[in-house]
Design a protein around this ligand. Structure first.
Ligand SMILES: [Zn+2]
Length: 459
């Protein structure tokens, strides 16, 4: 009996095998030394005790916590944080239990073994990394049930991230019998692994607040690069992500973004929570489509809006978009544009070629510079810029396909305190004050935007 590949049990087991296979290729079985069993392993799990004993016999370093036995050949280095990794893992484990609503009793006795490798040959020689081809030649990390391997990383934050990413796989493969499509398997691992340390303690940050909290992770930068190159996938393409035997960073980033949207956006989170409470099997996409409250076209639009606006500190509640149809502009309309939110519907639906005159008045708070509160008119402030425009500047836009190709986005039609916009297509006018999404909690107040019909060409 060599593990998953030869396990005769039924569909659930086969499904789990597929899930492992999706995480970087075929699930293999290691030939592990079994010098004696201190305690029986949980059903469907690898017995960690013999691995730990073999590691010690081979002279490898073992750091043991409640939920993780970490084996490494990495020479001890002052301040590298490696001895503390099992403690961080234990804290993350509690957060994963909370995410899935798992009681402590359901996870009683659960333990994983992680192998942090500088030199894979030392693990092969110790019988801790199969050399018979049953484990693929993986990039960065690989998980089989509750044991996983990862290559050591020079950056402590990225090393922790990879460890926790594989740890989420170990958790979901065993405690949730996960056998789901690749986008969910990898997306949830990325989401639940993303964190910062606060005085050495794990703090989950599904959307990181600062780049410095997640050094080398780069998921947000990857999405922005894909967007800039008109190569960012839409949600249906993410759902169709094939399993990859290598660490495909763009696919991981897009899967993380999809699971982040579905977990955190107020319009989609309730359906997604219901989905995650059920089987995480190969039919996950069908189950999602069949859920009451699931709105696939809206989710697709919200995903495009997210990948277009994505940045550190992005907050789905502040940036949730009202996609309702709006009304034609018959006369003057006055709309408040809040400084602390993303794109907001003006409620005005334009026809293609229709011209609208706008004027914005008032001042709104756009953060602080030291002790000084910053206020902005619709022109924006010269002190801070974001995405090529002054912070606080009023932007008017319409949702649609960009001329240069790629996924739909808000195309800015007008900006500043006054002007005339001509709608390139049918659709609602949206407005916002230009700002990094992560700074919105510090912004306050609103500008008053006046809209009225104009004659095309009268500008
Ligand atoms: Zn993975």
């Amino acid at each position: 009996m060599l593990g998953n590949a030869e396990d005769p049990r039924g569909r659930a087991k086969a499904g789990r095998r597929r899930a492992v296979a999706r995480c970087l290729a075929a699930a293999g079985a290691a030939i592990l030394p079994r010098p004696g069993r201190a305690a029986p392993p949980r059903e469907g799990m690898v017995d960690v005790g013999p691995i730990e004993a073999a590691a010690r016999r081979a002279g490898l370093v073992v750091h043991a916590g409640e939920r993780l036995v970490l084996v490494t050949d990495r020479p001890p280095r002052e301040g590298d944080g490696v001895p503390g990794l099992p403690g961080v893992f234990d804290e993350a484990f509690a957060a994963w239990c909370a995410h899935y609503g798992l009681a402590d009793t359901a996870a009683h006795g659960w333990r994983a073994c992680g192998m942090l490798m500088s030199d894979r040959d030392r693990f092969r020689a110790a019988g801790l990394l199969p050399a018979d081809g049953s484990i693929p030649d993986f990039a960065n990390g690989f998980c089989d049930r509750n044991r996983f391997w990862l290559d050591d990383q020079s950056n402590p934050a990225y090393r922790r991230h990879l460890l926790l990413h594989e740890g989420v796989h170990a958790f979901t493969f065993t405690l949730r019998r996960l056998a789901a499509p690749s986008w969910y398997t990898e997306g949830i691992a990325e989401l639940l692994a993303t964190h910062r340390l606060d005085e050495g303690r794990f703090v989950a940050t599904p959307i990181p607040k600062r780049a410095g909290d997640v050094e080398q992770l780069g998921r947000i930068e990857v999405i922005r690069r894909l967007r800039a190159g008109a190569a960012c996938p839409g949600l249906p393409e993410v759902f169709a992500t094939p399993p990859s035997p290598r660490h495909d960073i763009p696919a991981y980033a897009a899967s993380w973004a999809a699971v982040a949207l579905l977990s955190l956006h107020p319009a989609h989170a309730p359906a997604f929570r219901a989905l995650e409470a059920g089987p995480l099997d190969a039919r996950l996409d069908e189950r999602l489509a069949a859920l009451a409250g699931w709105d696939a076209p809206r989710a697709e639009r919200d995903f495009d809006a997210f990948t277009d606006e994505i940045d550190y500190g992005f907050d789905f509640a502040r940036s949730a978009i009202d996609w309702s149809a709006g009304q034609p502009l018959a006369g003057r309309v006055r709309v408040a544009v809040a400084a602390d939110r993303g794109w907001q519907s003006t409620g005005v639906a334009c026809r293609r070629g229709e011209a609208v005159e706008f004027a914005a008045v008032g001042r709104a708070g756009v953060g602080r510079a030291g002790d000084t509160a910053l206020e902005s008119t619709a022109e924006g402030i010269s002190l801070r810029w974001y995405r090529g425009r002054p912070v606080g500047r009023l932007l008017l836009a319409q949702w649609g396909a960009p001329a240069g190709g790629g996924r739909p986005r808000f195309g800015v039609l007008g900006e500043g305190s006054r002007g005339i916009v001509v709608a390139p297509d049918d659709g609602v006018l949206h407005a916002k004050l230009n700002a990094p999404p992560g700074s919105l909690p510090e912004h306050a107040g609103a500008l008053e935007l006046h809209l009225r019909p104009a004659v095309a060409g009268a500008r």
